[in-house]
Write a protein that binds this ligand. Sequence first.
Ligand code: ZN
Length: 113
Amino acid sequence: MHELSLAMSLLEVCEEEATRIGVKKIKTLIVEVGELSGVSVPALDSAFGIASRGTVAEGAALSIRNMPGTGWCLSCERAVRIQDPFRSCPDCGGSRILPTGGMEFCLKEFVCD
Ligand SMILES: [Zn+2]
């Protein structure tokens, strides 16, 4: 289960940061999830609910920021919008696209009491 390990890594960062700044309870986590990251947000949400029990982030809400998928088409030599990493270029139909954005999965910040 991919999402469970992602939830655990979020919690690890939370625990570390909370200890460092002396926070006892985290209310909301702001997480950037790229369109091309392959992360299922509902699966992440439920995995997080389970994995956060007994941690500083127990009961915390995940606030997801969806990051758009972008790529660079080597044939058109310009930036294109893509919704999955194996998609061909919407303009020329070519498959030589370098993903340039949308692979994000990171904790941006958290909100505490
Ligand atoms: Zn193209």
